[in-house]
Design a binder for this molecule. Structure first.
Ligand code: ADP
Ligand code: MG
Length: 398
Protein backbone atom coordinates (compact mmCIF):
# COMPACT_ATOMS: atom_id res chain seq x y z
CA UNK A 1 0.00 0.00 0.00
CA UNK A 2 1.18 3.55 -0.81
CA UNK A 3 2.02 5.49 2.32
CA UNK A 4 0.89 9.12 2.02
CA UNK A 5 3.17 11.89 3.35
CA UNK A 6 0.70 12.48 6.20
CA UNK A 7 0.69 8.83 7.15
CA UNK A 8 4.48 8.73 7.06
CA UNK A 9 4.72 11.86 9.24
CA UNK A 10 2.28 10.31 11.71
CA UNK A 11 4.30 7.09 11.81
CA UNK A 12 7.52 9.00 12.33
CA UNK A 13 6.03 11.01 15.18
CA UNK A 14 4.70 7.92 16.95
CA UNK A 15 7.95 5.97 16.41
CA UNK A 16 10.04 8.81 17.83
CA UNK A 17 7.83 9.18 20.91
CA UNK A 18 7.71 5.42 21.37
CA UNK A 19 11.49 5.21 21.49
CA UNK A 20 11.64 8.17 23.89
CA UNK A 21 9.20 6.50 26.26
CA UNK A 22 10.17 2.83 26.01
CA UNK A 23 13.74 2.97 24.78
CA UNK A 24 12.90 0.52 22.01
CA UNK A 25 11.00 0.40 18.70
CA UNK A 26 7.41 -0.79 18.17
CA UNK A 27 6.92 -4.14 16.45
CA UNK A 28 3.24 -3.96 15.67
CA UNK A 29 0.84 -1.26 14.54
CA UNK A 30 -2.95 -1.54 14.60
CA UNK A 31 -5.74 0.86 13.71
CA UNK A 32 -9.44 1.24 14.43
CA UNK A 33 -11.60 3.95 12.84
CA UNK A 34 -14.16 6.40 14.17
CA UNK A 35 -17.60 6.43 12.61
CA UNK A 36 -20.32 8.76 11.47
CA UNK A 37 -23.99 7.84 11.49
CA UNK A 38 -25.89 9.04 8.42
CA UNK A 39 -29.21 8.35 10.15
CA UNK A 40 -30.36 6.83 13.42
CA UNK A 41 -29.87 8.90 16.57
CA UNK A 42 -30.26 6.85 19.77
CA UNK A 43 -31.92 4.02 17.83
CA UNK A 44 -29.19 1.50 18.70
CA UNK A 45 -30.21 0.92 22.31
CA UNK A 46 -33.83 0.70 21.16
CA UNK A 47 -32.89 -2.34 19.06
CA UNK A 48 -33.50 -0.34 15.90
CA UNK A 49 -31.58 0.48 12.73
CA UNK A 50 -28.67 2.83 12.03
CA UNK A 51 -27.11 3.84 8.72
CA UNK A 52 -23.45 4.16 9.62
CA UNK A 53 -19.97 4.23 8.13
CA UNK A 54 -16.47 3.99 9.52
CA UNK A 55 -14.42 7.09 8.62
CA UNK A 56 -10.85 7.83 7.67
CA UNK A 57 -10.12 9.33 11.08
CA UNK A 58 -8.79 6.62 13.32
CA UNK A 59 -6.86 5.51 16.38
CA UNK A 60 -3.52 3.79 16.05
CA UNK A 61 -1.68 1.81 18.67
CA UNK A 62 2.02 1.10 18.15
CA UNK A 63 3.21 -1.66 20.46
CA UNK A 64 5.94 -4.04 21.44
CA UNK A 65 5.10 -7.39 23.04
CA UNK A 66 6.16 -8.13 26.63
CA UNK A 67 6.59 -11.55 28.17
CA UNK A 68 5.67 -10.71 31.76
CA UNK A 69 1.90 -10.27 31.43
CA UNK A 70 2.09 -6.54 32.05
CA UNK A 71 0.79 -3.64 29.97
CA UNK A 72 2.31 -0.19 29.84
CA UNK A 73 0.21 2.29 27.87
CA UNK A 74 0.61 5.97 26.97
CA UNK A 75 -1.30 8.23 24.58
CA UNK A 76 -0.23 11.22 22.54
CA UNK A 77 -3.76 12.59 23.00
CA UNK A 78 -4.21 12.37 26.77
CA UNK A 79 -1.97 13.01 29.75
CA UNK A 80 -0.57 10.26 31.92
CA UNK A 81 0.70 6.76 31.27
CA UNK A 82 -0.41 3.70 33.14
CA UNK A 83 1.00 0.26 33.93
CA UNK A 84 -0.97 -2.78 34.98
CA UNK A 85 -0.79 -6.51 35.46
CA UNK A 86 -3.21 -8.49 33.28
CA UNK A 87 -3.70 -10.97 36.13
CA UNK A 88 -4.78 -8.23 38.49
CA UNK A 89 -6.91 -5.71 36.62
CA UNK A 90 -8.09 -2.72 38.58
CA UNK A 91 -9.68 0.61 37.70
CA UNK A 92 -7.32 3.50 37.20
CA UNK A 93 -8.73 6.61 38.87
CA UNK A 94 -5.61 8.68 38.19
CA UNK A 95 -5.45 7.96 34.44
CA UNK A 96 -9.10 7.25 33.62
CA UNK A 97 -8.64 7.04 29.84
CA UNK A 98 -6.71 3.79 30.34
CA UNK A 99 -9.88 2.16 31.67
CA UNK A 100 -10.97 1.69 28.04
CA UNK A 101 -7.83 -0.41 27.52
CA UNK A 102 -8.13 -2.23 30.85
CA UNK A 103 -11.81 -2.92 30.21
CA UNK A 104 -11.09 -4.69 26.92
CA UNK A 105 -8.44 -6.86 28.62
CA UNK A 106 -10.92 -7.68 31.40
CA UNK A 107 -13.74 -8.73 29.06
CA UNK A 108 -11.38 -10.81 26.88
CA UNK A 109 -10.38 -12.75 30.00
CA UNK A 110 -13.98 -13.15 31.12
CA UNK A 111 -14.65 -14.68 27.70
CA UNK A 112 -11.84 -17.18 28.16
CA UNK A 113 -9.12 -15.55 26.03
CA UNK A 114 -5.57 -14.96 27.22
CA UNK A 115 -4.41 -11.43 26.40
CA UNK A 116 -0.62 -10.95 26.35
CA UNK A 117 1.29 -7.96 27.70
CA UNK A 118 2.75 -5.08 25.68
CA UNK A 119 4.22 -1.61 25.76
CA UNK A 120 1.89 0.58 23.73
CA UNK A 121 1.48 4.12 22.49
CA UNK A 122 -1.90 5.43 21.29
CA UNK A 123 -2.39 8.16 18.71
CA UNK A 124 -5.74 9.25 17.33
CA UNK A 125 -7.03 11.68 14.71
CA UNK A 126 -10.58 11.46 16.13
CA UNK A 127 -11.51 14.39 18.35
CA UNK A 128 -12.79 13.34 21.79
CA UNK A 129 -16.46 13.67 22.61
CA UNK A 130 -17.51 15.07 19.25
CA UNK A 131 -19.84 12.32 18.09
CA UNK A 132 -17.31 10.39 15.99
CA UNK A 133 -16.66 7.79 18.66
CA UNK A 134 -13.08 8.03 19.80
CA UNK A 135 -13.84 5.73 22.74
CA UNK A 136 -14.96 2.80 20.60
CA UNK A 137 -11.95 3.32 18.31
CA UNK A 138 -9.66 3.03 21.33
CA UNK A 139 -11.44 -0.11 22.53
CA UNK A 140 -11.51 -1.79 19.14
CA UNK A 141 -7.86 -0.89 18.46
CA UNK A 142 -6.96 -2.42 21.84
CA UNK A 143 -8.90 -5.61 21.06
CA UNK A 144 -7.24 -5.82 17.63
CA UNK A 145 -3.85 -5.53 19.29
CA UNK A 146 -4.57 -8.26 21.88
CA UNK A 147 -5.95 -10.43 19.11
CA UNK A 148 -2.79 -10.08 17.01
CA UNK A 149 -0.35 -10.54 19.89
CA UNK A 150 -2.16 -13.62 21.23
CA UNK A 151 -2.86 -15.06 17.74
CA UNK A 152 -6.51 -15.12 18.78
CA UNK A 153 -9.15 -15.94 16.18
CA UNK A 154 -12.14 -13.77 17.04
CA UNK A 155 -14.96 -12.76 14.73
CA UNK A 156 -15.11 -8.94 14.37
CA UNK A 157 -18.74 -8.87 15.50
CA UNK A 158 -17.68 -10.66 18.69
CA UNK A 159 -14.90 -8.08 19.06
CA UNK A 160 -17.51 -5.31 18.76
CA UNK A 161 -19.73 -6.93 21.41
CA UNK A 162 -16.82 -7.42 23.82
CA UNK A 163 -15.73 -3.81 23.36
CA UNK A 164 -19.28 -2.63 24.04
CA UNK A 165 -19.27 -4.70 27.24
CA UNK A 166 -15.92 -3.14 28.19
CA UNK A 167 -17.50 0.32 27.93
CA UNK A 168 -20.73 -0.76 29.65
CA UNK A 169 -19.27 -2.82 32.46
CA UNK A 170 -15.72 -1.57 33.05
CA UNK A 171 -15.88 2.11 32.07
CA UNK A 172 -19.50 2.33 33.23
CA UNK A 173 -21.15 3.94 30.21
CA UNK A 174 -24.27 2.19 29.02
CA UNK A 175 -23.77 2.76 25.26
CA UNK A 176 -25.39 0.71 22.49
CA UNK A 177 -23.55 -1.39 19.88
CA UNK A 178 -23.35 1.24 17.10
CA UNK A 179 -19.89 2.67 17.75
CA UNK A 180 -17.98 -0.56 18.29
CA UNK A 181 -19.78 -2.33 15.44
CA UNK A 182 -18.96 0.45 12.96
CA UNK A 183 -15.32 0.54 14.03
CA UNK A 184 -14.92 -3.24 13.75
CA UNK A 185 -17.00 -3.81 10.60
CA UNK A 186 -16.57 -0.68 8.44
CA UNK A 187 -15.94 -1.12 4.72
CA UNK A 188 -14.15 1.41 2.51
CA UNK A 189 -16.58 3.10 0.15
CA UNK A 190 -19.66 1.57 1.81
CA UNK A 191 -22.35 2.45 4.27
CA UNK A 192 -23.72 -0.17 6.62
CA UNK A 193 -27.39 -0.57 7.40
CA UNK A 194 -27.01 -1.96 10.90
CA UNK A 195 -29.78 -3.89 12.60
CA UNK A 196 -29.13 -3.48 16.32
CA UNK A 197 -31.49 -6.31 17.24
CA UNK A 198 -29.80 -9.05 15.26
CA UNK A 199 -26.42 -7.24 15.31
CA UNK A 200 -25.95 -7.80 11.59
CA UNK A 201 -25.73 -5.41 8.67
CA UNK A 202 -26.36 -5.05 4.98
CA UNK A 203 -23.99 -2.99 2.84
CA UNK A 204 -25.82 -0.17 1.07
CA UNK A 205 -24.64 1.86 -1.91
CA UNK A 206 -24.71 5.63 -2.27
CA UNK A 207 -25.50 6.54 -5.87
CA UNK A 208 -22.95 8.97 -7.37
CA UNK A 209 -23.58 12.67 -6.90
CA UNK A 210 -23.70 13.04 -3.12
CA UNK A 211 -20.91 13.77 -0.67
CA UNK A 212 -21.15 13.23 3.09
CA UNK A 213 -19.56 16.15 4.96
CA UNK A 214 -18.71 16.27 8.66
CA UNK A 215 -19.14 19.70 10.26
CA UNK A 216 -17.61 19.81 13.71
CA UNK A 217 -19.04 22.60 15.91
CA UNK A 218 -15.96 22.24 18.14
CA UNK A 219 -18.09 23.41 21.04
CA UNK A 220 -17.68 21.91 24.49
CA UNK A 221 -20.35 19.33 25.20
CA UNK A 222 -22.47 20.70 28.03
CA UNK A 223 -23.37 17.36 29.57
CA UNK A 224 -23.83 16.56 33.22
CA UNK A 225 -23.66 12.84 32.48
CA UNK A 226 -27.30 12.13 33.31
CA UNK A 227 -28.77 13.01 29.89
CA UNK A 228 -27.92 9.76 28.12
CA UNK A 229 -29.16 7.34 30.83
CA UNK A 230 -32.22 9.56 31.27
CA UNK A 231 -33.14 9.20 27.57
CA UNK A 232 -32.68 5.44 27.81
CA UNK A 233 -34.88 5.25 30.89
CA UNK A 234 -37.61 7.30 29.19
CA UNK A 235 -37.61 4.93 26.20
CA UNK A 236 -37.82 1.92 28.53
CA UNK A 237 -40.70 3.49 30.41
CA UNK A 238 -42.56 4.07 27.15
CA UNK A 239 -42.03 0.43 26.19
CA UNK A 240 -43.36 -0.81 29.56
CA UNK A 241 -46.60 1.10 29.03
CA UNK A 242 -47.01 0.14 25.38
CA UNK A 243 -46.35 -3.53 26.19
CA UNK A 244 -49.43 -3.42 28.45
CA UNK A 245 -51.54 -2.74 25.35
CA UNK A 246 -49.49 -4.61 22.74
CA UNK A 247 -47.69 -7.57 24.32
CA UNK A 248 -45.49 -8.13 21.25
CA UNK A 249 -43.75 -4.77 21.82
CA UNK A 250 -40.46 -5.68 23.48
CA UNK A 251 -38.68 -2.55 22.37
CA UNK A 252 -39.46 0.72 20.54
CA UNK A 253 -38.29 -1.11 17.42
CA UNK A 254 -41.57 -3.04 17.54
CA UNK A 255 -43.92 -0.07 17.93
CA UNK A 256 -45.61 2.02 15.23
CA UNK A 257 -46.47 5.71 15.42
CA UNK A 258 -50.18 4.78 15.21
CA UNK A 259 -49.89 2.58 18.31
CA UNK A 260 -48.01 5.30 20.16
CA UNK A 261 -50.52 7.97 19.19
CA UNK A 262 -53.43 5.76 20.22
CA UNK A 263 -52.02 5.76 23.76
CA UNK A 264 -50.73 9.31 24.01
CA UNK A 265 -52.89 9.98 27.07
CA UNK A 266 -51.42 6.94 28.86
CA UNK A 267 -47.91 8.31 28.57
CA UNK A 268 -46.13 11.12 30.34
CA UNK A 269 -45.79 13.95 27.74
CA UNK A 270 -41.98 13.86 27.81
CA UNK A 271 -41.92 10.06 27.44
CA UNK A 272 -44.35 10.41 24.54
CA UNK A 273 -42.03 12.87 22.78
CA UNK A 274 -39.00 10.64 23.27
CA UNK A 275 -40.80 7.56 21.94
CA UNK A 276 -42.23 9.53 19.02
CA UNK A 277 -38.76 10.57 17.96
CA UNK A 278 -37.27 7.07 18.16
CA UNK A 279 -40.09 5.34 16.28
CA UNK A 280 -39.99 7.95 13.48
CA UNK A 281 -36.17 7.99 13.40
CA UNK A 282 -36.06 4.24 13.01
CA UNK A 283 -38.27 4.43 9.93
CA UNK A 284 -36.15 7.30 8.58
CA UNK A 285 -33.09 5.04 8.64
CA UNK A 286 -34.76 2.61 6.25
CA UNK A 287 -36.14 5.43 4.12
CA UNK A 288 -32.84 7.29 3.81
CA UNK A 289 -31.00 4.09 2.87
CA UNK A 290 -33.43 3.71 -0.04
CA UNK A 291 -33.18 7.37 -1.03
CA UNK A 292 -29.37 7.32 -1.03
CA UNK A 293 -29.21 4.08 -3.00
CA UNK A 294 -31.58 5.34 -5.68
CA UNK A 295 -30.00 8.80 -5.90
CA UNK A 296 -33.07 10.63 -4.57
CA UNK A 297 -30.96 13.21 -2.79
CA UNK A 298 -33.71 15.73 -2.21
CA UNK A 299 -35.55 13.07 -0.21
CA UNK A 300 -32.39 12.10 1.67
CA UNK A 301 -31.84 15.75 2.59
CA UNK A 302 -35.45 16.15 3.67
CA UNK A 303 -35.17 13.12 5.93
CA UNK A 304 -31.96 14.47 7.48
CA UNK A 305 -33.68 17.78 8.21
CA UNK A 306 -36.65 15.97 9.72
CA UNK A 307 -34.26 13.99 11.94
CA UNK A 308 -32.64 17.25 13.09
CA UNK A 309 -36.00 18.84 13.90
CA UNK A 310 -37.05 15.76 15.92
CA UNK A 311 -33.73 15.67 17.76
CA UNK A 312 -34.23 19.34 18.65
CA UNK A 313 -37.94 19.38 19.56
CA UNK A 314 -38.72 15.82 20.69
CA UNK A 315 -35.52 14.14 21.88
CA UNK A 316 -33.96 17.45 23.00
CA UNK A 317 -30.35 16.59 22.25
CA UNK A 318 -29.49 19.64 20.14
CA UNK A 319 -27.19 22.39 21.44
CA UNK A 320 -27.14 26.08 20.47
CA UNK A 321 -23.97 25.53 18.45
CA UNK A 322 -25.65 22.72 16.51
CA UNK A 323 -28.48 25.12 15.68
CA UNK A 324 -25.95 27.72 14.49
CA UNK A 325 -24.18 25.05 12.42
CA UNK A 326 -27.45 23.87 10.90
CA UNK A 327 -28.27 27.43 9.82
CA UNK A 328 -24.83 27.87 8.23
CA UNK A 329 -25.05 24.49 6.48
CA UNK A 330 -28.53 24.95 5.07
CA UNK A 331 -27.67 28.37 3.62
CA UNK A 332 -24.49 27.01 1.99
CA UNK A 333 -24.12 26.08 -1.71
CA UNK A 334 -24.89 22.44 -2.45
CA UNK A 335 -26.48 21.64 0.94
CA UNK A 336 -29.27 19.06 0.78
CA UNK A 337 -29.85 18.39 4.48
CA UNK A 338 -28.14 17.95 7.83
CA UNK A 339 -28.52 16.30 11.23
CA UNK A 340 -26.49 15.76 14.38
CA UNK A 341 -23.94 12.93 14.48
CA UNK A 342 -23.65 10.56 17.41
CA UNK A 343 -25.49 11.17 20.66
CA UNK A 344 -25.89 14.94 20.11
CA UNK A 345 -25.52 17.61 22.81
CA UNK A 346 -22.89 19.35 20.64
CA UNK A 347 -20.14 17.79 18.57
CA UNK A 348 -20.42 17.16 14.85
CA UNK A 349 -23.20 17.57 12.34
CA UNK A 350 -23.33 15.39 9.26
CA UNK A 351 -24.42 17.06 6.01
CA UNK A 352 -25.47 15.71 2.63
CA UNK A 353 -23.92 17.92 -0.06
CA UNK A 354 -24.03 17.82 -3.86
CA UNK A 355 -20.78 16.42 -5.26
CA UNK A 356 -18.58 19.11 -6.74
CA UNK A 357 -19.71 21.71 -4.20
CA UNK A 358 -17.50 20.48 -1.32
CA UNK A 359 -15.04 23.37 -1.41
CA UNK A 360 -17.53 26.22 -1.68
CA UNK A 361 -19.69 24.49 0.93
CA UNK A 362 -16.75 24.21 3.31
CA UNK A 363 -15.74 27.84 2.88
CA UNK A 364 -19.27 29.12 3.33
CA UNK A 365 -20.04 27.02 6.41
CA UNK A 366 -16.72 27.87 8.04
CA UNK A 367 -17.18 31.61 7.55
CA UNK A 368 -20.83 31.78 8.60
CA UNK A 369 -20.60 29.47 11.60
CA UNK A 370 -17.56 31.33 12.88
CA UNK A 371 -19.28 34.69 12.39
CA UNK A 372 -22.30 33.61 14.43
CA UNK A 373 -20.55 31.69 17.25
CA UNK A 374 -16.98 32.97 17.37
CA UNK A 375 -15.79 29.36 17.14
CA UNK A 376 -13.73 28.09 14.23
CA UNK A 377 -15.37 24.85 13.04
CA UNK A 378 -13.78 21.98 11.19
CA UNK A 379 -15.49 20.88 7.99
CA UNK A 380 -14.27 17.87 5.99
CA UNK A 381 -15.54 14.97 3.87
CA UNK A 382 -16.78 11.87 5.70
CA UNK A 383 -14.90 9.25 3.72
CA UNK A 384 -16.12 5.68 4.31
CA UNK A 385 -13.16 3.60 5.52
CA UNK A 386 -12.35 0.00 6.40
CA UNK A 387 -12.86 -1.31 9.91
CA UNK A 388 -10.11 -2.17 12.38
CA UNK A 389 -7.04 -4.13 11.41
CA UNK A 390 -3.32 -4.71 11.67
CA UNK A 391 -1.23 -2.09 9.84
CA UNK A 392 2.16 -3.76 10.33
CA UNK A 393 3.46 -6.70 12.34
CA UNK A 394 7.16 -7.37 11.99
CA UNK A 395 7.25 -10.79 13.67
CA UNK A 396 3.95 -12.08 12.45
CA UNK A 397 3.79 -15.83 11.76
CA UNK A 398 3.83 -16.88 8.09
P1 ADP B 1 -16.54 9.92 21.89
O1 ADP B 1 -16.48 8.43 21.94
O2 ADP B 1 -17.83 10.42 21.34
O3 ADP B 1 -15.37 10.54 21.24
P2 ADP B 1 -16.47 9.57 24.74
O4 ADP B 1 -16.70 10.50 25.86
O5 ADP B 1 -17.31 8.36 24.63
O6 ADP B 1 -16.54 10.44 23.40
O7 ADP B 1 -14.95 9.06 24.77
C1 ADP B 1 -13.89 9.99 24.87
C2 ADP B 1 -12.89 9.46 25.88
O8 ADP B 1 -12.24 8.28 25.37
C3 ADP B 1 -11.76 10.43 26.15
O9 ADP B 1 -12.12 11.38 27.12
C4 ADP B 1 -10.67 9.48 26.63
O10 ADP B 1 -10.87 9.12 27.98
C5 ADP B 1 -10.90 8.22 25.79
N1 ADP B 1 -10.05 8.23 24.59
C6 ADP B 1 -10.48 8.14 23.31
N2 ADP B 1 -9.44 8.17 22.44
C7 ADP B 1 -8.33 8.29 23.17
C8 ADP B 1 -6.93 8.42 22.86
N3 ADP B 1 -6.49 8.45 21.60
N4 ADP B 1 -6.06 8.53 23.89
C9 ADP B 1 -6.50 8.53 25.16
N5 ADP B 1 -7.80 8.45 25.51
C10 ADP B 1 -8.72 8.33 24.54
MG1 MG C 1 -17.81 7.22 22.99
Amino acid sequence: MEISPDTQARKDLISTKFIEIYDNSPEIWVQAPGRVDLMGSHTDYNEGFVLTQAIDRNTWIAARPRKDGRVRICSLNAPGCSEFDLQNLTHDEATPWTNYVRGVADILQQEGYTPLGFDGLVHSTIPFGSGLSSSAALEVATATLFQALGRLQIDPVVIAKMCQRAENEFVGLNCGILDQYSSAMGKAGSVLLLDCRTITHETKPIAPGLQVMICDTRAERALTGSEYPERRAQCELGVRILTGFYPHIKNLRDATLEQLQAHQSDLDPVVFKRCHFIIAENQRVLDVAEALASGDYLEAGRLANESFAGARDLYEIVSQEMIAMQAAIMAAPGALGTRGAGAGFGGCMVAFVESGQEDTFTQYVTRHYQASTGIEPQVYPGVAADGAGILEFYNAPG
